[in-house]
Design a protein around this ligand. Structure first.
Ligand code: G6P
Ligand code: G6P
Ligand code: BGC
Ligand code: BGC
Length: 914
């Protein structure tokens, strides 16, 4: 029995006072929990947490996995939308994370009661409408933002972006939602609206959002608490030895649903439970959260009035009205000082005396104090569990907190903290109120989720990068080269241009989408300048697939034509020959074609020296002469072109019809070439990566089909996954399969769609252009004979993105392998280098370059890479190589004649003396 002498102020006779004090105290007594009772609640909460973890969802405390594995680390960036449903208001928010800073814009919307308790479709349509209004307000309707959805109800999750509503709580009761995935429901509502699109990346409980929000400020924050309309806690739990932690949404509001709190539940609580929309459920929540505290107070006031202890025993209709006594009044009454409780009571239509006011305040105090103590007992169980999980004697931890009760009530936060301290003396718990609600946290989780996705991708890419590095080494070794997929061909180019090159040169450029002949004049008046003229010639299908003789006759004929037009048929200019196929070289002006790639398949050329074949064809004509001084791969030409502008350039890559890379390797590592001093450019021929089966794990059925239908099955497998000649076809094959399964074009397959080559890589580039992508897609798909719906556009564009993203990522992994090798060769902690790039895919695709650069920088973090686009093709580079060769040959001719004369002199001298 509780006896206190607090009613001495009351304006009643002494005997009446004693009786009043006694009776009011008696009524409030069950709300006053002893230390022992609170210890018991703590123990029951602890047992509830353990049982929930073991039984996975079937016990009173659900312990729901959130699929959030870590708190923010400050690297999150980008713009995110956050939708926040389930607290007092619905809130839409835009969060922009930039350099450890978050900028927020939000708008609050009310959800009318009839919507909260209408149909699920109405509820989600209403949310979509609010989002639409917010996007208008922000001017971001077309932004297709990633979004995080704070949904403050218990959800069964199987991934970060799915959540099946277990049961409604608080004031919600919309039909057809329980048992359904709320993310799908939101997506469908957005689709129904057909006005904007969102990429919903994550669904999170408000506790999780709050924890993340606060952890952004304080890394020790590993618990989220809501003391608002409802109540709940989440915390970082050790889920297994390997993965370490995952945030668990406890749904502690369910404690007592199995009867474990019956000994502390008062008749008033029972009444509140009976009148709620979910009787028997959320028993702990009904003792502690904002939605119910006012109701409990009203029940007590009703009882006291009926007993004649309040309002002169006068029970008004107002007092009988459920919900009339809101929790905010509780906070206001307990703030006491300036506020006249009587005026609040009057506002409620309750005419009370001063004495009544004191009693009402007592009631409010008892109810709110019990709530804060119970939350404190629960919190003590949580922090003790974390401490024990980690095997610590002492734990320092921060709890991120949100909710109107915590924030607005004058004593709740203090009592909560005191109780936690007393019941968990080995833990030092800091409560950190969340400033911006859990929306910011939901946005952070979306950012983390995206990063996690990227990390897992990086995991695969890191593997590929490492494999590629091993293959590079294998191709360089004398014994391992014969069986290596990467041929690592020496090019006999030993340095990049040094600015001393000069002269008048012809460059032939064969093997890309165009056959081009160029005249390159390099002069040195004041500074080095380059003049170029070029012409593109046709290489018809029948020529590139005919005999080798015809092909080289054609090249010689085009060269004759070009020289005639240039009026230089009578000169014997030095010629550089860019030949974009794998060639075995032992010197600069010799190249034995190993195998044709891409579209070329002229007979009788493989195994032959292409310089000889071209010389033969020129000689056969007899109308002009040419001095072919160098044959270079297009990657080498590109590296040299870019090296002309940037001396740091030591890698050349092509991402066009085909793909390939070359780089400057230390001569001591190239077993196939004599000598240890200096460097030589090596043509990796990376298109053949995987030809030994190394990429089987990641090749898809579509890659295999492309390979089967190609002119070189089993070869250039990496090239076939990533380069321009094949990407369009990959998209077409995927679309055919999707159509067969009825996923696009209403299952209709047209003859055009079935025609090989009808969908080109340039179409991918056009569709992925954000501005005109949609109308282009319509045009392209119409040409394929299909009548696409809006959904079809979006699916086709997603397929394009998947295929082009994969390409950029795979190329990034291989390029990262080369950069790692350069770094190792140089023995530097940080590599500063330039990569020269050319090729139609890289140049034409709207996002390819950006994606590639980003992925490379992520894979080799300690590198400053400059990506330099080769503006003038590889012809200019071929001319540079020729210039060096010409100078060497020229100076060696002088040297030989000098040596001969010296020799002659010596022999004369010799003869004379001896
Ligand atoms: C935060 C969150 C809400 C959450 C609320 C609880 O502000 O953003 O999603 O439900 O706290 O507070 P309330 O007191 O409104 O229930
Ligand atoms: C450069 C070179 C070509 C090379 C081409 C690759 O422009 O001069 O020799 O083959 O890039 O691009 P493409 O996209 O035409 O295959
Ligand atoms: C819900 C929780 C939520 C809490 C606080 C409870 O009713 O079940 O999911 O976290 O309210 O909003
Ligand atoms: C060839 C390479 C060439 C690349 C880019 C590949 O098919 O094998 O030699 O560099 O295409 O054009």
């Amino acid at each position: 029995m509780c006896h206190h002498n607090r009613f001495l102020l009351l304006n009643v006779a002494k005997s009446d006072i004693i009786s009043l004090v006694f009776q009011v105290d008696e009524t409030l007594c069950p709300f006053k929990l002893s230390q022992e009772q609170l210890q018991l609640v703590k123990a029951r909460m602890r047992a509830g947490l353990e049982a929930g973890l073991k039984t996975k969802g079937s016990s009173a405390i659900k312990m729901l996995p959130s699929y959030v594995y870590r708190t923010p680390d400050g690297t999150e960036h980008g713009k995110y939308l956050a939708l926040d449903l389930g607290g007092t208001n619905f809130r839409a928010m835009m969060v922009n994370f930039k350099r450890q800073n978050a900028r927020l814009y939000h708008k609050i919307y009310t959800i009318p009661l009839e919507i909260m308790q209408g149909t699920g479709e109405e509820l989600f349509d209403h949310i979509a409408q609010c989002v639409s209004d917010f996007l208008d307000y922000m001017g971001m309707k077309n932004a297709h933002l990633p979004a995080g959805f704070t949904f403050s109800f218990p959800c069964e999750q199987t991934a970060i972006d799915t959540g099946t509503l277990v049961s409604w709580t608080k004031g919600y009761k919309a039909t057809d939602c329980e048992g359904h995935d709320v993310v799908s429901m939101l997506r469908e509502a957005i689709k129904r609206r057909n006005e904007f699109d969102l990429d919903i990346v994550a669904v999170v409980n408000d506790t999780v959002g709050t924890m993340m929000s606060c952890a952004y400020e304080d890394p020790q924050c590993e618990i989220g608490l809501i003391a608002g309309t409802g109540t709940n806690v989440c915390y970082m739990e050790e889920v297994d030895a390997e993965l370490s932690k995952m945030c668990i949404n406890t749904e502690w509001g369910g404690l007592g649903d199995d009867g474990s709190l019956d000994d502390i539940i008062t008749p008033y609580d029972m009444e509140v439970n009976q009148n709620s929309i979910n009787p028997g459920r959320q028993r702990f929540e009904k003792l502690t959260s904002g939605m119910y505290l006012g109701e409990i107070v009203r029940q007590v006031l009703l009882d006291l009035t009926r007993g004649g202890l309040l309002f002169r025993g006068h029970v008004t209709e107002t007092l009988k009205t459920p919900g009339i006594f809101e929790t905010k009044y509780l906070s206001q009454i307990e703030r006491w000082e300036k506020l006249c409780v009587r005026s609040i009571l009057q506002q409620l239509g309750l005419k009370g005396t001063c004495d009544d006011s004191i009693i009402v305040k007592e009631v409010c105090g008892a109810v709110s104090r019990r709530a804060a103590q119970l939350c404190g007992a629960g919190m003590a169980a949580v922090v003790d569990k974390i401490r024990e999980n980690r095997g610590l004697d002492h734990l320092n931890i921060t709890v991120g907190v949100d909710g109107a009760l915590y924030k607005l009530h004058p004593h709740f936060s203090r009592v909560l903290k005191d109780t936690t301290e007393v019941l968990a003396p080995q833990c030092n718990v800091t409560f950190l109120p969340s400033e911006e609600g859990s929306g910011k946290g939901a946005a952070l989780i979306s950012a983390v989720a995206r990063q996690m996705h990227a990390d897992s991708l990086s995991g695969t890419l890191l593997d590929i990068m490492q494999q590629f590095r091993r293959e590079l080494a294998k191709g360089l070794g004398r014994d391992t080269n014969p069986t290596a997929a990467l041929k690592m061909l020496p090019t006999f180019v030993r340095s990049i241009p040094d600015g001393s090159e000069k002269g008048d040169f012809i460059a032939l450029d064969l093997g890309g989408s165009n056959f081009r002949i160029l005249r390159v004049k390099v002069s040195h008046e004041k500074k080095q300048t380059v003049q170029m003229e070029s012409q593109i010639y046709d290489t018809p299908e029948d020529i590139i697939h005919g005999s080798g003789t015809r092909l080289f006759d054609h090249v010689a004929e085009c060269l004759g034509d070009f020289m005639e037009k240039q009026n230089i048929k009578d000169k014997k200019l030095p010629v550089g020959f860019t030949f974009s196929f794998p060639c075995q070289q032992t010197k600069l002006d010799e190249g034995f074609l190993i195998t044709w790639t891409k579209r070329f398949k002229a007979g009788g050329v493989e195994g032959m020296d292409v310089v000889k074949l071209l010389n033969k064809a020129i000689k056969k004509r007899g109308d002009y002469d040419a001095d072919i001084m160098a044959v270079v791969n297009d990657t080498v030409g590109t590296m040299m072109t870019c090296g002309f502008d940037d001396q740091r350039c030591e890698v050349g890559i092509i991402i066009g019809t085909g793909t390939n890379a070359c780089y400057m390797e230390e001569l001591r590592n190239i077993d196939l070439v004599e000598g240890d001093e200096g460097r030589m450019c090596v043509n990796t021929e990376w298109g053949a990566f995987g030809d030994d089966g190394r990429l089987e794990d990641i090749r898809t059925e579509f890659d295999r089909e492309i390979d089967r239908g190609s002119i070189n099955p089993g070869k250039q497998l990496f090239e076939k996954m990533v380069s321009g000649m094949y990407m369009g076809e990959l998209v077409r094959l995927i679309l055919v399969k999707m159509a067969r399964e009825g996923l696009v074009f209403e299952g209709r397959i047209t003859p055009e769609l079935l025609t090989k080559g009808k969908f080109e890589t340039k179409h991918i580039s056009a569709i992925e252009k954000s501005k005109e992508g949609l109308s282009k897609a319509r045009e392209i798909l119409t040409r394929l004979g299909v009548e696409p719906s809006t959904d079809d556009f979006s699916l086709v564009s997603q397929v394009c993105t998947v295929v082009s993203f994969r390409s950029a990522n795979l190329i990034a992994a291989a390029l990262a392998g080369i950069l790692m090798r350069l770094k190792e060769n140089k023995g530097v902690a940080r590599l500063r280098t330039t990569v020269g790039i050319d090729g139609s895919l890289y140049k034409m695709h709207p996002q390819y370059a950006r994606r590639l650069h980003k992925a490379v920088r992520r894979l080799v973090p300690d590198t400053d890479v400059r990506f330099l686009l080769s503006e003038s093709g590889s012809g200019k580079g071929a001319a540079m190589v020729t210039a060096v060769a010409y100078r060497l040959t020229y100076s060696s001719r002088i040297f030989w004649s000098y040596l001969q004369s010296v020799h002659a002199f010596f022999s004369i001298y010799h003869r004379n003396v001896f």
